[in-house]
Design a protein around this ligand. Structure first.
Ligand code: IVH
Length: 669
């Protein structure tokens, strides 16, 4: 074939295959047989191999993936990718509607028209088309810049490589890449067989598949996509969000079929209720409903607050519940000796991750819920993470269930257990109990405490087992020979551990106070105490009244601190620490910057900051009276995303926490 006819045939085949992909993957209405489709692809592939320079930018042969890359480039979004605020019930949905009306200066009785969409649980992406051709695909990233995953997104068959009809000269399409439930199961089954780690849920699997450095791996994952928003567009003017969705559809994107326009917020609530009940019927996972004001004029007038539009909200479904069987109840011993009964259950998929253990908290809780071994129970994830037993399905009892009795001896060391006055938990009172020692050492070495690199669970286990350390103070007396004699400990790693122990002696007062493991004293309270007292000595000398008078310190914490110092072993621990030179002073007792608008707000940092190290950024927040935390939760007010921000950013998006770029953070300081 000559060059000219090859070019013509390549154009023809490209068009035919892209059309077949659209019919199959978007419209779900294939017109040609699989055999015919394969034949077209083969022909195109051969022609492209013969005339590589004739390969077109929208060639479907690009869908099989490209050579692996070392790392992803970054892409700046033309318009930022916003995230959404959350509503957890109908009241919050109504409150959102009212806020919006007030903002627009509208009569509270005049309804706002909304578009309701399923909130797809996947990975948000942005596609850029120039003159109708897909030129760039990116992840959301921090909302301003994302990762360049063009090659990976090209492999997704429902994503058009060339737009249909008369496309605008420039268009950014925003949507979600998801993995259908059956594809998720299929993938995990394969991974299980291959001895690879399984994905916890379809969202992680989708995100992991898109962020593959080797796009040919993405190509094998059978991802789907839905599009629900426009970013930058040139040359079109539209009136409503519905028009935007129509445009996306006409350009060849898959727009979710369950999207509905509703006349007011009550009808939006009804849509949420309906899909909360029907979500299990869908072949993919959703975690809520997105309610958006339909009129683009309303959207423009409402604007957005930091990263979330005022004209849209995510209604989050209540925690999913599942039924399973309690196969056993076991007892765990924690750092403070508390015995916690844990239900061991037949593994069950709840909200997309496998659950097989749930805390039963304490004896009273077991009695209150009347949980017995062999019971069929309803479980859910509390706060979306820690699983809990909601209730027992007593009607399913056979009579063979066994009541659980808390042991009167510690299951680890065999010492008698006791219940302290006013407490629901039983405790092992033996300070040398290996379970307690292990937990105490683990806490002491943890990142927010003494941050001792190399002191992991396996090593702690051996130190306790071989009776090398009774408490954390003994860590600093360990000798190279002792360590090098342990399993899996070469002299090199033994020396490394000694070095990290040495380095840990320089931790600040807040870290040391936190490391002591005083009940109810978390990293933040430790910081408050350090600022107030300035030294361990001063803290040890404080009375309960004095402690309780400090802002943020309540009676429980005050009592717990006093109880800590009243114990011989606590004083011994602190003595040992002091003897090896650990007795830090707070550098400055700081006062909150008066009137800082973000005092009391909680910030979480993720990724690398350019202007200052993370520790300094945290200090800047605290100096002004703000709080910092290392993990994102519903209590987090702001997540500051630096470069290469990772899972915390994702978590923030899921929870609808406001995300700030470094620039925005600096401005707010
Ligand atoms: S609209 C300006 N619509 O939810 C609003 N988002 O919390 C931008 N999501 O990052 C988002 N389904 O990953 C929108 N129908 C939908 C959605 C949706 C899922 C995700 C998206 C976004 C996050 C916001």
């Amino acid at each position: 074939m000559d060059r000219k006819s090859a070019a013509q045939r390549i154009a023809e085949l490209t068009r035919l295959i892209n059309r077949a992909d659209h019919l199959y993957y978007v419209l779900d209405a294939p017109e040609i047989s699989d055999a015919e489709y394969d034949r077209l692809r083969r022909e195109l592939q051969e022609l492209e191999e013969q005339f590589p320079e004739l390969r077109r930018p929208d060639s479907p042969t690009q869908r099989v993936g490209a050579p692996p890359v070392e790392e992803f480039g970054t892409v700046r979004h033309r318009t930022p990718m916003l995230s959404l605020g959350n509503a957890f019930d109908f009241e919050e949905l109504r409150a959102f509607d009212e806020r919006l009306k007030r903002r627009l200066g509208r009569d509270l009785d005049a309804p706002i028209e909304y578009i309701c969409e399923l909130k797809l649980d996947g990975l948000a992406v942005s596609l850029t088309y120039e003159e109708g051709v897909l030129v760039r695909g990116a992840t959301r990233g921090d909302g301003t810049t994302g990762e360049d995953v063009t090659q990976n997104l090209r492999t997704i068959r429902s994503i058009p490589l060339r737009l249909h009809g008369e496309p605008p000269p420039l268009l950014e399409a925003r949507g979600e890449v998801i993995l259908a439930r059956d594809e998720f199961e299929r993938l995990n089954k394969r991974r299980r067989r291959a001895g690879e780690a399984e994905f916890a849920n379809p969202r992680n699997a989708a995100a992991g598949s898109v962020r593959q450095l080797d796009a040919s791996v993405t190509a094998q994952r059978r991802l789907s996509s839905f599009f629900y928003a426009l970013g930058a567009v040139e040359g079109v003017s539209l009136g409503t969000h519905q028009d935007e969705l129509e445009l996306l559809k006409s350009l060849g994107f898959l727009v979710n079929e369950h999207t509905e326009a509703v006349p007011d917020i009550e009808a939006a609530g009804e849509y949420c209720r309906r899909w909360g009940e029907r979500r299990a019927e869908l072949p993919y996972e959703i975690d809520g409903v997105v309610v958006k004001a339909n009129s683009l004029a309303v959207q423009a007038a409402a604007g957005h607050v930091s990263r979330s539009p005022r004209w849209a909200i995510a209604y989050k479904f209540p925690a999913e519940q599942q039924v399973t069987v309690v196969e056993d109840i076991v007892v765990q011993v924690g750092r403070t000796g508390a015995l916690t009964p844990v239900a061991v259950m037949k593994p069950v998929l709840v909200d997309g991750s496998v659950v097989s253990r749930a805390t039963l908290h304490n004896e009273d809780e077991i009695a209150r819920k009347d949980v017995r071994i062999g019971d069929t129970v309803v479980v859910q994830k509390a706060g979306d993470v820690i699983p809990e037993v909601v209730r027992v399905l007593t009607e399913r009892r056979s009579g063979a269930e066994r009541e659980f009795v808390m042991p009167d001896r510690c299951p680890v060391c065999g010492s008698p257990v006791a219940r302290r006055a006013g407490e629901a938990v039983l405790r092992c009172e033996n300070p040398l109990c290996p379970a307690q020692r292990r937990a105490h050492l683990k806490h002491f070495a943890s990142r927010n405490a003494m941050d001792i690199e190399g002191l992991g669970p396996a090593l702690i286990e051996q130190l306790v087992e071989n009776d090398l350390v009774a408490d954390a103070g003994d860590l600093y007396g360990l000798k190279l020979e002792q360590l090098a004699g342990l399993e899996h400990m070469a002299e090199k790693s033994a020396q490394n551990l000694l070095d990290s122990l040495e380095a840990s002696k320089r931790r600040g007062l807040p870290q040391v106070i936190y490391a002591l493991g005083i009940r109810h004293v978390g990293a933040h309270i430790a910081e408050v105490l350090a600022n107030h007292f300035g030294s361990l000595d001063a803290l040890a000398g404080a009375s309960q009244e004095e402690l309780a008078a400090i802002p943020e310190i309540g009676e429980t914490i005050a009592a717990s601190i006093v109880a800590f110092w009243s114990q011989e072993r606590s004083r011994r621990l602190v003595e040992k620490l002091r003897a090896v030179g650990i007795d830090p002073r707070a550098e400055t007792v700081t006062e909150a910057t008066p009137g800082w608008a973000y005092a009391g707000k909680t910030f979480v940092f993720t990724g690398a900051l350019q202007a200052m190290p993370r520790a300094q950024a945290e200090q800047e927040v605290k100096r002004r009276g703000g709080r910092t935390s290392s993990s994102v939760s519903k209590q987090t007010d702001f997540v500051v995303a630096g470069e290469k921000a990772g899972s915390k950013l994702q978590k923030a998006e899921e929870l609808g926490v406001t995300v700030l770029s470094e620039q925005e953070f600096l401005a707010l300081l």
